[in-house]
Design a protein around this ligand. Structure first.
Ligand code: 5GP
Length: 210
């Protein structure tokens, strides 16, 4: 069966609990690696360069795009975000499952380049809970919260194009579901083309030999 790692895209409304879900997947399972994105957004309190993001200037970001160093990139609420290419490609070839925590435009760019990528959309159980979580985080101004809710409204339209929806009601359930969907996705014919082709060749020569 397929030896290459799976590319896992996790999107969801800001405040849906994606970050917590991703942290738990990384701490509970050895098989996952997280891609660290590059962004032009300013670091929030407690964030470190090279841990949450690579925080760069617009100029550096644009230079990286020009050098073809990003797998995908998008603009979100006035800032650029993008996935550095080299890390993802090397981890996948080592057989590690790579997680990208990215927004919808980036997710669809990834699906175009890697049709076998597994796309998850994480959502809280209701809009009211989403708003409460955003306010409860206490790191964003009212204006930023309003922008993020407007953005959520737009993103909801695109949820249907994902492979799986994860309702983050209970975090433990959400983690279990994510892992079992990833395992199921790994067994689809689309993700096992090399194995299937090899098997077909073997069967072909067997059937000719009898
Ligand atoms: P935040 O500013 O809250 O850290 O992130 C804002 C949004 O950008 C989130 O939806 C996050 O998933 C998304 N994001 C983070 N990194 C990337 C990236 O590399 N590419 C894209 N397309 N989106 C990203």
């Amino acid at each position: 069966m397929e030896k290459k790692g799976a590319l896992i895209v996790i999107s969801g409304f800001s405040g849906a609990g994606k970050g917590t879900l991703v942290k738990r997947l990384l701490s509970d399972y050895d098989r996952f690696a997280l891609s660290i994105s590059m962004t032009t957004r300013a670091p929030r309190e407690g964030e470190e360069d090279g841990r949450e993001y690579f925080f760069v200037s617009r100029e550096t970001f644009e230079k990286t795009i020009a050098e073809n160093g990003l797998l995908e990139h998008a603009e979100y609420c006035g800032n650029y975000y993008g996935t550095p290419k080299a890390y993802v490609e090397s981890k996948l070839s080592e057989g590690v499952d790579v997680i990208l925590e990215i927004e919808v435009q980036g997710a669809f760019q990834i699906k175009k380049i890697f049709p076998e990528a597994v796309l998850f959309f994480v959502t809280p159980p209701s809009a009211k809970i989403l708003e409460e979580r955003l306010r409860g985080r206490g790191t964003e101004s009212d204006e930023v919260i309003r922008k993020r809710l407007l953005r959520a409204d737009e993103e909801a339209e695109l949820m249907e194009q994902y492979d799986y929806v994860l309702v983050n009601d209970s975090l433990e359930e959400c983690i279990k579901d994510a892992v079992s969907y990833i395992d199921a996705a790994k067994a689809t014919p689309l993700r096992n083309k090399d194995f299937i082709n090899q098997l077909k060749e073997e069967l072909d020569s067997f059937s000719k030999g009898v």
